[in-house]
Design a protein around this ligand. Structure first.
Ligand code: FES
Length: 117
């Protein structure tokens, strides 16, 4: 396949809203996590100390309520780590390293907590 026939990698838009209300919308590759999208685009408020291994809870986000039903259910390891978030866990708390971007998640909105550690 020539370089010119190659399909561009598909991206979806994800909006990150900081604790102070600053909003940034970036393109995140399908198949990457919401955490990876934040780190690659220099989004403040997501530390991701463990690099996405579901071992640190420093990628904690609050998912906009309108998106909760679209997300995959919380797996057991994520559930355990959500018990270790620095900021208060809320019903819409998720670990952004465990949210994998797909077409269904285009225009996903997440909010970052005041602090991660
Ligand atoms: S990056 Fe460590 S739990 Fe998500």
């Amino acid at each position: 396949m020539s370089l010119f026939n190659r399909k561009p990698e598909e991206t979806m838009k994800v909006t990150y809203i900081s604790h102070s209300g600053a909003s940034q919308t970036v393109a995140v590759l399908v198949g990457e996590s919401v955490m990876e999208g934040a780190v690659k685009n220099g989004i403040d408020g997501i530390v991701a100390e463990c690099g996405g291994a579901c071992l640190c809870a420093t990628c904690h986000v609050y998912v906009d309520e309108s998106w909760l039903s679209v997300l995959a259910p919380i797996a057991m390891d994520e559930e355990v780590m959500l018990g270790n978030t620095f900021a208060k866990r809320e019903p819409n708390s998720r670990l952004s390293c465990q949210i994998i971007v797909s077409k269904e998640l285009d225009r996903l909105i997440v909010r970052t907590p005041e602090a991660q550690n």
